[in-house]
Design a protein around this ligand. Sequence first.
Ligand SMILES: Cc1cc2nc3c(=O)[nH]c(=O)nc-3n(C[C@H](O)[C@H](O)[C@H](O)COP(=O)(O)OP(=O)(O)OC[C@H]3O[C@@H](n4cnc5c(N)ncnc54)[C@H](O)[C@@H]3O)c2cc1C
Length: 318
Amino acid sequence: MASVRVIVVGAGMAGLTAAGRIAGAGHEVTVVDKGRYAGGRLATRDLAEGRRADHGAQFFTTRSDAFQEQVGRWVAEGTAHVWCRGFTSEDGHPRYAVRGGMRQLGARLADGLDVHTSTRVATIGPSGAGWTVSWPDGPHSTAGHIVADMVVLTAPVPQSADLLSDHVDVPDITYTPVLALTVGLGTQPAIPTPGGLQLDDDPTWTWVADNRAKGVSPSPAVTLHTRSDVAGARWDDDVEVVTADLLGAAAPWLGDAEVVDVALHRWRYATPAACHPEPCWVSPDGRIVLAGDAFGSPRVEGAFLSGLAAAAHVIGQG
Ligand SMILES: Cc1cc2nc3c(=O)[nH]c(=O)nc-3n(C[C@H](O)[C@H](O)[C@H](O)COP(=O)(O)OP(=O)(O)OC[C@H]3O[C@@H](n4cnc5c(N)ncnc54)[C@H](O)[C@@H]3O)c2cc1C
């Protein structure tokens, strides 16, 4: 089998899963990501005095054998653990969390791969039989480019579409936004065991979590996620004003605890409104592959399965 040169855009679950499998099959793979850390929406915020809070994905579940096997390996090595089997009541299905925060899973997946963070791809264009992927100077990176036989793009699809707009039409996928508030506290919050609540009827929030109970933070820290209509309505408002308003709306779960730190993160592309039916999408020339949680099925597991599908396509071309 001939070795192919592959560049993966995006070091989230899909991109790192794809890169790991492609590298394992003997191909040359480079991963680039604009973020400071690998992980993408597997994201953890550092708060004051060593506190940490997951502010993207909160936990994951397993439905497929492939993901169950992978998660079993992470549990066996101590990376992941069963947080609980339900929040307000137990339903028997494990909810998995990551010790020290979801970002640690990104680091685990990136281990041993050629991953360049703080590298924002600006252009992708045809080059001979392949494609050239380029990025400009950034605050923590120098300009560069790679000529690759194949490109796997795992950014949210509108961002991949922008990069490819002069050359390839890609599926039209829309996403819903979320505002994530992370709050470091002086004492424990008022969130019952096991430390997570899915909120169906709240006017502001869909989710609240105690990061200490989850094994993420050594000291009290809370994550709250807004409803998508609230995120849409407040998207362009001044960050300090929104943060203060949301802190007020969080009061029922913060209890009397002193607020020692607070941060707001705006997820424009939090979750796909609907997924493309296939687990990855391939361009007519076979050399551009789109993958991520918008392909096949959503969430962390969907991103993993999409990464596997993208890798299978690349390896099949080699
Ligand atoms: C608030 C929130 C809560 C969630 N809760 C859960 C949950 O509890 N359970 C669950 O299973 N899922 C949850 N999810 C969804 C889950 O996080 C995602 O489905 C999954 O992490 C997506 O992985 P991905 O690899 O497809 O995309 P991403 O993780 O988004 O990776 C794409 C990467 O592409 C990079 N990128 C984009 N543009 C460029 C560029 N031009 N150059 C270089 N890099 C670029 C980004 O920086 C990013 O790292 C949640 C998501 C959010 C936002």
